[in-house]
Design a protein around this ligand. Structure first.
Ligand code: NAD
Length: 174
C-alpha cells in the first residue's frame, strides 16, 4: 500500500496544546506528516513574535515522540493567494491530503484538487495563539496552554520580554 503523507499548516505563534492534540490524533490516521510553518518571514511583532526557526524547534521538540516520520518546513507567504498552493508544493515533500480548519487554506487546496479533511477543535477559547499572546502581555499564566518544552524554549529566548517590548514600541509609535 502507498504511504499516505499529509500536510498541516499553521503560524504556530506559538505552538500550543490545541495544535498538539490534533497532530497526535491525526498521527494514527496517516503514515507521514509534513508540517508547514506559515508566515515564515514574520517575527518580532505582537501577532507574530517568534521566528520561523524558533517555531521549527518548538514543534520538533514537542513531537519528538510522535511515532510517525514528520518534516517541519518554514513557508513564506506570497502576495497571490491563487499561487500559494503551488508555492507550498515547491517547498515540501509531496502529500495527498491536507488537514485544516482554516477556511482559506481549505478552499485554496480544494480548488487545486487536493482532498481536505477537517479537524476537531480543542478548547479553542484558551488553546489559541491570540489568547496565549494576550496572557504573555498581561503577565497571566500562559504556560499551561503549551507543551512543557515549548514554555521552556520561550523562557530561554525571553519570548515574553520580546512581546512586551514590541508592544511598548507599538504603543509609543505615532
Ligand atoms: P494557526 O496556528 O492559527 O492554526 C493552525 C491550525 O490549527 C488551523 O487548522 C487551526 O484551525 C488549528 N487550531 C488552532 N487552534 C486549535 C485548537 N484549539 N484545537 C484544534 N485545532 C486548532 O495558523 P493559521 O493562521 O491557520 O495558518 C495558516 C497559514 O497559512 C498562515 O501562515 C497563512 O499566512 C498561510 N497562508 C498563506 C497564504 C498566502 O501566502 N497567500 C494563503 C493561505 C494561507
Amino acid at each position: 500500500m502507498d504511504t499516505e503523507r499529509a500536510f498541516y499548516i499553521g503560524r504556530f505563534q506559538p505552538y500550543h496544546l490545541g495544535h498538539h492534540i490534533v497532530i497526535e490524533e491525526l498521527s494514527s490516521e496517516i503514515d507521514e506528516l509534513v508540517i508547514g510553518v506559515g508566515s515564515a518571514q514574520r517575527s518580532h511583532t505582537i501577532t507574530d513574535p517568534f521566528t520561523a526557526g524558533e517555531r521549527v524547534v518548538m514543534i520538533s521538540k514537542a513531537l519528538s515522540g510522535l511515532g510517525i516520520p514528520f518534516y517541519v518546513i518554514p513557508i513564506e507567504d506570497v502576495e497571490y493567494n491563487s499561487l500559494w498552493t503551488a508555492h507550498v508544493r515547491a517547498r515540501v515533500p509531496s502529500f495527498s491530503v491536507v488537514y485544516s480548519n482554516n477556511s482559506l487554506v481549505a478552499r485554496l487546496f480544494e480548488v487545486a484538487g487536493v482532498e481536505v479533511r477537517a479537524l476537531p477543535l480543542f478548547r479553542r477559547d484558551v488553546y489559541s495563539g491570540s489568547e496565549i499572546r494576550r496572557r504573555m502581555l498581561s503577565g497571566e499564566n500562559w504556560e499551561e496552554l503549551v507543551p512543557e518544552c515549548v514554555s521552556q524554549l520561550i523562557h530561554e529566548i525571553d519570548g515574553v520580554g520580546r512581546i512586551q517590548k514590541v508592544a511598548q514600541t507599538d504603543t509609543q509609535a505615532p
